[in-house]
Design a protein around this ligand. Structure first.
Ligand SMILES: [Fe+2]
Length: 221
């Protein structure tokens, strides 16, 4: 029998839940180089510390809401060389030794991984999703079972519709969504399965989505 020792996958994702509201932070590792990046600074450093290595290069921020940046200073205190990647408006708000702007359509490398930035305003103007291969980190733009909310300052349901329906739901249907909070029945889900279980992802058009969002937000008050 042949023993296969070759690594079969190009990357791994470890999830950490905690922070202010069942937030997720993720560590993404390039299996070929050992390079790592973190997605959002949402859980205390001690929670992720056992899983960080000398290959840790960068921290990607999905948007500037406090619960997603809460532990950024802790992370950069332990890793002063950390490159902090975020939307230009978000990067202005955080203090990073090595800031890097995430522009729509731009690519940031982590070892041999190419992480593409997708600007997805709507929940927040500086929301960015990060995609590599069959995975997308969606922050508060898209959760399992629904979209992000539109009640905070700068939120807009019509803009959210354009981002979600034109930039995320158009990704290959098998793409796996890694959201910013554990709000659904499962922690992650494919694009096609999410559409099936989410009335907010089944709108006929922008006006229908806005009316579905208004009903959803009214039910939350
Ligand atoms: Fe948010």
């Amino acid at each position: 029998m042949t023993v296969r020792t070759q690594i079969e996958t190009d990357f791994s994702i470890r999830s950490f839940k905690g922070g202010y509201d069942e937030n997720f932070t993720y560590i993404l590792t390039c299996m070929r180089t050992g390079s790592q990046c973190i997605m959002d600074a949402a859980v205390p450093y001690e929670q992720i510390e056992p899983f960080t290595t000398s290959g840790l290069l960068s921290l990607f921020i999905t948007h500037s809401h406090h619960d997603h940046t809460a532990f950024l200073k802790e992370y950069t205190a332990h890793h002063p060389d950390l490159v902090v990647v975020s939307h230009p408006n978000c990067i202005k708000q955080v203090n990073a030794n090595y800031p890097q702007e995430a522009v729509d359509g731009g690519t940031v490398t982590v070892g041999q991984l190419n992480v593409d930035a997708i600007h997805t305003p709507g929940h927040n103007p500086d929301s960015v999703c990060y995609r590599l291969e069959n995975v997308v980190f969606t922050g508060d733009t898209l959760f399992v079972g629904r979209t992000g909310r539109t009640v905070n300052s700068g939120a807009d349901a019509g803009t959210l519709f354009q981002s979600v329906y034109n930039k995320l739901l158009t990704l290959p249907s098998e793409t796996i969504i890694y959201p910013g909070h554990d709000y659904g029945s499962v922690p992650t889900i494919s694009v096609s399965e999410n559409i099936k279980i989410s009335p907010l992802l089944q709108a006929e058009n922008e006006a229908d989505f806005i009316s579905r969002m208004a009903a959803f937000e009214a039910s939350r008050d």
